[in-house]
Write a protein that binds this ligand. Structure first.
Ligand SMILES: [Mg+2]
Length: 410
């Protein structure tokens, strides 16, 4: 088989960079995008390089960030803008190849194996960097390699606005010294398991006994070993593949552990609101609601249920609350540390389908939720929340994810 040429393009400090392009006054400032800027308890969602240098971290509350960086300027997120820019960047990529796979809003893999007409991988990467900057004012870091996993590692190596080539000749020198958690697919749990086996670097992973890994970590063990050895042959999926986003989820860890249904329900309501808002933003609806709980001993459990297609917060939270009661009992089980609500099996909202499937009640709720979105667009997310929905002090860290289910792709 011909050696593949794969690029991983990563927009640098995406949210903050878009804010700076839209408002050049922010350029020389320590900048963060944060939810709920008028309250100290808003959470940092993104930051620019200057703020990063001061130690500002994504996920921390504004008050904490300001202790490190008193001059920090916080602006509210403008998700609609980020979607627009993300699409505009993809339009540039599409001029080179239609084999594009998004990974979140700011990252894409491009398979340019059959695009020699534009040059070799490195040349294409440099052209893309120039074009994205000239047309949109944004910078990207690009990794060029023969597999997806190494291309992604490459885009992390030099930032901002840089190209890094990981070849069959240099990967042992460039990639192997890295800690395993830098590699795609190595999450916290996998890292812990590998560390217990004495595996800390990608070199150690690559040289480990594949069968031992398979015994300890199942199918994933073999997959990880292959990845570390440059044998990852996962294809870059076609841009025309339906449904790029597989699920939309929001999770949060609370300051105090949740010890009652009332406390957990409040968090679920807040998370359902966030999930529903994002579904509507993408014009998607889903038919599976998924709840994950993590107890304070870090044990976790998930449960899911099929529902009529929806993007309505009320319907999502009703289902999530029911799921909670199926897997957790505050009287007999440990308190909860975190909750995640997700909606999966997503499809584009189509008017025709909507009319036939949804009852009137549902339509009314939909109209209400669109109205809520309009108000929030003007006054910010926190301007309307379901009654008794959220206690800001309850939330320390929210994570938003478009879950791409890397191993489960067809
Ligand atoms: Mg990025």
């Amino acid at each position: 088989m011909k050696e593949r040429v794969i690029l991983h393009c990563d927009l640098n400090n995406f949210y903050a960079s878009v804010e700076q392009v839209e408002n050049p006054n922010l350029n020389a400032k320590y900048l963060a995008v944060a939810g709920n800027t008028d309250q100290r308890h808003g959470i940092i969602l993104a930051k620019n390089t200057l703020a990063k240098m001061m130690g500002v971290k994504t996920g921390e509350p504004i008050w904490q960030a300001k202790q490190k960086c008193p001059e920090l300027v916080c602006v509210l997120p403008h998700y609609e803008l980020y979607v627009q820019y993300s699409n505009a960047v993809k339009d540039i990529y599409k001029q080179y190849t239609d084999k594009i796979e998004s990974f979140g809003m700011d990252e894409c893999w491009l398979d340019v194996t059959d695009c020699q007409i534009f040059g070799n991988g490195e040349q294409i990467a440099n052209k893309l960097r120039k074009e994205v900057f000239d047309k949109l004012g944004l910078t990207i870091s690009v990794g060029v390699s023969f597999c997806k996993v190494f291309a992604k590692l490459g885009s992390d190596m030099k930032k901002p606005d840089a190209t890094t080539v990981i070849s069959k000749e240099n990967f042992k020198r460039k990639v192997w010294p890295l800690p395993i958690e830098e590699m795609l697919y190595v999450g916290k749990q996998t890292k812990t398991k590998l560390n217990k086996l004495g595996i800390f670097t990608l070199q150690q992973l690559a040289l480990a006994d594949c069968q031992l890994l398979q015994r300890q970590l199942g199918v994933n063990g073999k997959k990880l070993w292959q990845c570390a050895n440059g044998l990852d042959d996962t294809p870059v999926s076609d841009v025309n593949d339906a449904g790029e986003i597989k699920s939309v989820s929001h999770g949060t860890t609370t300051v105090k552990d949740m010890t009652s249904y009332a406390e957990a329900d409040r968090t679920i309501e807040y998370l359902s609101e966030l999930v529903a808002t994002r579904l509507r933003r993408y014009g998607m609806e889903g038919s599976v609601v998924h709840l994950t709980i993590r107890r304070n001993d870090l044990s976790h459990q998930s449960h899911q249920q099929v529902v009529p297609r929806t993007f309505v917060a009320n319907e999502i939270l009703k289902c999530a609350k029911k799921l909670l009661r199926q897997i957790w009992n505050p009287c007999t089980q440990l308190p909860l540390r975190s909750l995640t609500v997700a909606v999966a099996q997503l499809e584009k909202v189509s008017d025709a389908v909507q009319c036939s499937i949804f009852d009137q009640d549902h339509e009314k709720k939909q109209r209400l939720e669109f109205a809520i979105d309009q108000i929030r667009k003007r006054y910010g997310f926190e301007s309307i929340l379901l009654a008794d929905c959220v206690d800001q002090d309850l939330l320390i860290k929210s994570t938003a994810e478009e879950d791409m289910l890397p191993f489960k792709r067809k």
